[in-house]
Design a protein. Sequence first.
Length: 171
Amino acid sequence: MGAGPALTADPDVVTCTLIPRYEAVKAARDFTRSSLQRWGLADLFDDVALVASELVTNALRHALHLRAGDPEGRIPRQGQSDSPDLPIRISLVHRSPQVVCAVSDPSSTGPVARDADYIAESGRGLHLVDSFSHSWGWHPLAGAGKVVWALFDSHGAAAPADSGGGRHRRA
């Protein structure tokens, strides 16, 4: 599904370009699993994979609004045309004692956590990101696009949410 991990000089920084299709979420989870196993951090997989899945799903859903003729941001299924000019990348960085999961996409619109609607079919993804990571945020990219990141502590579970309304920050 992805173009495969990019080779870097630093074995603790890995990146995978994802094809903008439904199957990209599974590819992101597979990439996350293999990377964490290689680093001896398989115990972080559940939390990091859940967050990676949410960030990639958001990137697919919202970044594909940019696709010409597709104002609904529908995600193509396998076998439908792909758009190589809409890259979505997942990167994992291990700097002990932390792991960062970052997803970049071509949309410059930042993520906004909505109030929880318990009967809605969507809209709780950023609440999950906030709950399962130590902190999260986003940065605009030069030219166009953004990167949304989540930080994990590799020495234990994510810290509990503070009562002050969230931990995310935009720097």
